[in-house]
Write a protein that binds this ligand. Structure first.
Ligand code: PGA
Length: 259
């Protein structure tokens, strides 16, 4: 069976001390259960990546994801972080085009296409985020918006390259609002994304994740829906007990059995 992706996106939360305490509490709890049905990742701030990499060194079943990277390979770009720098410290994937970056950093689809290339070049998995605004949904333009985001961000990639990606469908109106998308919306949009991908490559190979107000109560039904390969969890990933409740909701009462 395909592992379900579970990625905790910490955004700009936690000092390094708080991150260490989180991991010191989380890791023993994960070690006590069989997490193999999950592909677990944490996406902390850049400055915590090396520290967390050292903490999870002998516990390979949790991976590191970065929240962003620069679109050039290297150069005079003060304050930026390259894909190669991330790969060198053991990061396995990079979020590309999270809606907060599209909105606050004005990242557009063409820039994201370049970032995807850089991430692939150094052997990491780009996790391309897409999703419509509330305005687009209200005016019935939600499908067109997501289609445009995907097609413009995949420009110049070969089918084989596209097959290395993960896509995260995160409707902007569901992120951090407590207003999770309905199963109907999730299924409809994931089916659309699958169709768009299938025109570009062997679409079934690309995992499509959902993100936006996932929590321990709704996560199981969402992850079980057709074409949902897992999810990106923001606020509910910030506290160890809430994050573990999500893990347990997915694995069953006490994992699939104590080791
Ligand atoms: P949320 O964030 O779970 O807090 O809605 C999800 C995300 O931004 O990836």
């Amino acid at each position: 069976m395909q592992k379900k992706y579970l990625i905790g996106n910490w955004k700009m939360y936690k000092t390094v001390q708080e991150a260490i305490i989180f991991m010191q509490q989380l890791l023993p709890q994960l070690q006590a259960i069989d997490t193999r049905p999950l592909a677990l990742s944490i996406a902390p701030s850049f400055v915590h990546l090396s520290t967390i990499a050292a903490l999870i060194d002998d516990y390979k079943s949790i991976q590191l994801v970065a929240q962003n990277c620069h679109h050039e390979t290297e150069g005079a770009f003060t304050g930026e972080v390259s894909a190669a720098m991330l790969a060198a410290i053991g990061v396995g994937g990079v979020l590309i085009g999270h809606s907060e970056r599209r909105s606050y950093q004005k990242e557009d689809n063409l820039l994201l296409a370049k970032k995807i290339k850089r991430v692939l070049e150094v052997g990491m998995q780009p996790l391309l985020c897409c999703g419509e605004s509330l305005e687009a949904r209200r005016s019935g333009r939600h499908k067109a918006m997501v289609q445009q985001q995907l097609l413009e961000s995949l420009v110049g990639l070969t089918p084989k390259e596209i097959e290395q990606l993960g896509i995260a469908y995160e409707p902007v109106w569901a992120i951090g609002t407590g207003q999770v998308a309905s199963l109907e919306v999730i299924i409809e949009m994931h089916t659309l994304i699958r169709e768009i991908l299938s025109d570009q490559c062997e679409g079934a190979k690309v995992p499509i994740l959902y993100g936006g107000s996932c929590n321990a109560q709704n996560v199981k039904a969402i992850f079980d829906a057709p074409n949902v390969a897992g999810g990106l969890i923001g606020s509910a990933s910030l506290k160890v007990d809430q994050f573990m409740k999500i893990v347990i909701a997915l694995l069953g009462k006490d994992g699939t059995g104590h080791r």
